[in-house]
Design a protein around this ligand. Sequence first.
Ligand SMILES: Cc1cc2nc3c(=O)[nH]c(=O)nc-3n(C[C@H](O)[C@H](O)[C@H](O)COP(=O)(O)OP(=O)(O)OC[C@H]3O[C@@H](n4cnc5c(N)ncnc54)[C@H](O)[C@@H]3O)c2cc1C
Ligand code: FES
Length: 275
Amino acid sequence: MSLVIDAKVVQNKQIIPGHYRITLATPYCTEKARPGQFLHVRCGSTQDPLLRRPISIHAVDPQAGEVSLLYRVAGRGTALLAEYRVGDMVSIFGPLGRGFTLPKGDGKVCVVSGGIGIAPLYFLLQKLAGLGIFATVFQGVATAKQILIEDEIRELGHSVVVATDDGTKGFHGTVTSLFEDFLRGGGLVSKPGINEDGLVSCIFTCGPPAMMKRLSEIAAQQGAYCEVSLEERMGCGVGACLSCACKIKDGSGWFHYRRACVEGPVFPAGEVFWE
Ligand SMILES: Cc1cc2nc3c(=O)[nH]c(=O)nc-3n(C[C@H](O)[C@H](O)[C@H](O)COP(=O)(O)OP(=O)(O)OC[C@H]3O[C@@H](n4cnc5c(N)ncnc54)[C@H](O)[C@@H]3O)c2cc1C
Ligand code: FES
């Protein structure tokens, strides 16, 4: 069940320019949240902006009863969120949406992010580490200064490779090119897809639509199962306003609309009608 909760700010810190991590005391969300789900956040204390803003659940600390959100200041709402101080109360609504499918078995798991897309994937990586599943994480950013939480991901036991558009660190090029290089080296092995034990070889991704589209194509070529988190613009967050409609294949070569806030934001990549 999703609840509207006033959560106390435990921390709200800039981690790289324009990117903040806010930690909220909310034992309820800590208990209920699944990787890939999001909170609908009231960013200001007035009616402006009127609508809540969807932000993915980035990390969960069950012992402390705290949930963190990692966000990029994109406009008025997120700029107001950056002004919250320790002890302030933030109205959150959630957890909302359908999250990632947790893999079972001992197949290879790859996580591919673009920019702030790493935000929801870190919670997934926390859960995977708890299950004893260690992933290879491909993080794509424009430039080295925008790399996010690399050390924290390594501390969970996962490996991280970075791609920068300008070549200032790691692979010089897009994260999808880096991932293709990895595959050429035989990186994604074992039986792909889903068997009766669950997923055995899979890719999870979040980032710009063009990146996720390309990754979906690569996954299809490999016969690997892939899930994407579609960050459509949202209004209500509960399936009523249809502002988050996204195109999902209908089985006849065409598409029907699905609401990213309730049927997503995570979808199997092979079901998305990419344009
Ligand atoms: C399910 C979901 C999870 C999300 N998780 C995160 C997260 O973990 N961290 C994070 O930083 N952001 C996340 N976002 C995006 C975040 O919701 C927007 O950046 C935020 O709503 C912008 O609000 P604003 O008032 O600051 O900016 P606005 O003034 O509303 O918009 C500023 C600019 O950002 C663009 N924009 C707004 N929303 C989106 C969107 N959904 N996709 C692409 N462009 C958008 C607008 O077109 C405009 O150009 C998520 C979005 C969704 C739907
Ligand atoms: S945001 Fe209103 S239906 Fe999805």
